[in-house]
Design a protein around this ligand. Structure first.
Ligand code: SF4
Ligand code: SF4
Length: 162
């Protein structure tokens, strides 16, 4: 492809946030995941056995011409991104699972019934909170400059939300 790859892209990598979450273990955990999926623009995917939550959210610094409006001061996670295996290549992200709505999760649970919730842990709890760790943006392979705690994770293909 002639020129810079990003010039042919609609800045897919600037339109989401993906964070690893604890692997759901029991019915209560999966019910929390089901609640996440009730929200518009939220999806869950599993890659290499690790669970992630993804928010469809465009960076407020993305300009109408698909360029970064704060390029010189863009965050570390953006600086460490490269086109070598970025979201532009999309296609097969290699996810083991991808849930975009509660019904997808229900279907998965019918085939993989979770164990019963741990009553003592759940008793009296309020709304579930995300148990997130370091942010991640795309898959790690091919990104040797990224520190171990900021692996890149792939995004859902744009348009999958509708
Ligand atoms: S790094 Fe990849 S996904 Fe991001 S704007 Fe460039 S080509 Fe698009
Ligand atoms: S700061 Fe710039 S490169 Fe980073 S997500 Fe926002 S628009 Fe994209």
């Amino acid at each position: 492809m002639p020129g810079i790859l990003c010039e042919h892209c609609t800045a897919i990598c600037c339109r989401y946030i993906a964070l690893p979450i604890d692997t759901p273990q029991d019915r209560g955990d999966f019910d929390d995941v089901r609640w996440y999926l009730m929200h518009e623009g939220v999806s869950i995917f599993v890659e290499d056995g690790e669970w992630y939550i993804s928010f469809n959210a465009t960076c407020r610094h993305l300009q109408p011409d698909q360029r970064c409006g704060v390029y010189e001061t863009r965050p570390r996670i953006c600086r460490q991104y490269s086109t070598s295996e970025c979201d532009y290549h999309s296609g097969d992200y290699g996810w083991e699972q991808h849930f975009t709505c509660p019904e997808h999760l229900d279907e998965y649970l019918r085939a993989h019934p979770p164990r019963t919730a741990r009553r003592s842990r759940r008793a009296g709890r309020g709304r579930p909170r995300l148990k997130v760790r370091a942010p991640r943006r795309a898959r790690s392979s091919g990104f040797s400059t990224a520190p171990a705690d900021i692996r890149r994770v792939p995004l859902p293909v744009l348009g999958a939300w509708s």
